[in-house]
Design a protein around this ligand. Structure first.
Ligand code: HPA
Length: 276
């Protein structure tokens, strides 16, 4: 067990570094998954601050991107977006990978939108589908709140019964339908990765109630809820999970499929920001 995780100090240091560069007052936070980071380029009045200028935050080790906070406005909302999230499988404790969410909370973010690429576990799903996350199963083996509680943010034992804010999902459904976007809804299950799951694991996950599986999102959602934020999550189903189809899984295909779904994904994101 890591002995000293001085998260409070790291959060304060990171906020101070950001405040030295911008007085932005974001109300909406955005975390962009594999192949979806380009959304940041469309923000107005954009200011990008690489993690290298924000001491205290963990740095991503994959995908050739060093990670950054992008501040800007979209549809009149002030946004703080994270480009290049850090995953648990990179070796950091979950408390570290979720520090940017705490930083967002301190900057004033009240609604967090989480996006990811995921494998379809539900046999009715198809690659390219967008799934609104209704709930999750934390199968990562740990919890980002393990360690001393940060009382400034929330209680020791936070409630998770409405983690993906029901009211926001109810608002989003008819808007998506009007826009002609077909929206699935289901349970996201987090697996640590970085190996993909086995076919037996996927059968087990289906029996446990999972509709989609991926390697992110759950720690961020838990921390956001602990901070009292409203949370929305959406999975882009990039592939059917292991064993569903007679083919192997690979990361390049995941990224490619996410890129193909980008148009619909962006339109959905715009609707989500609109109701945030
Ligand atoms: N499993 C886990 N993570 C993923 C998958 C998958 O099949 N697809 C995209 N991310």
């Amino acid at each position: 067990m890591v002995k000293t995780l001085n998260y409070q100090e790291r959060i304060d240091t990171a906020c101070k570094a950001i405040r030295a560069e911008t007085d932005a007052a974001p109300s909406v936070g955005l975390i962009l998954g594999s192949g979806l980071g380009d959304f940041c380029d469309g923000l107005e009045n954009r200011l990008e601050i690489p993690f290298s200028r924000i001491p205290g935050l963990p740095t991503p080790t994959v995908e050739g991107h060093q990670g950054s906070f992008v501040f800007g406005t979209f549809a009149g909302r002030s946004i703080a977006a994270l480009r290049g999230r850090v995953h648990y499988y990179e070796g950091y404790p979950q408390g570290d990978i979720t520090l940017p969410v705490r930083v967002m909370a301190k900057l004033g973010v009240r609604t967090l939108i989480l996006t990811n690429a995921a494998g379809g576990v539900n046999l009715d799903f198809h690659p390219g589908d967008l799934m609104l996350i209704a709930d999750h199963i934390n199968f990562s083996g740990t919890n980002p709140l393990i360690g001393p509680n940060l009382d400034e943010f929330g209680p020791r034992f936070p409630d998770m019964s409405d983690i993906y804010t029901r009211g926001l999902r109810e608002k989003l459904r008819p808007l998506a339908a009007q826009a002609g976007l077909e929206l699935r809804e289901g349970v996201y299950m987090m697996y640590s990765g970085p190996s993909y799951e086995t076919p037996a694991e996927i059968r087990a996950f289906r029996a446990l109630g999972a509709d989609a599986v991926g390697m992110s999102t759950v720690p961020e959602a838990i921390i956001a809820r602990h901070c009292g934020m409203r949370v929305m999550g959406v999975s882009c189903i990039t592939n059917m999970a292991a064993g569903v189809l007679p083919q192997a899984l690979n990361h390049a295909e995941v990224v490619e499929a996410a890129a193909r779904a980008r148009g619909n994904f962006t339109r959905l994101l715009e609707l989500m920001i609109g109701i945030s």
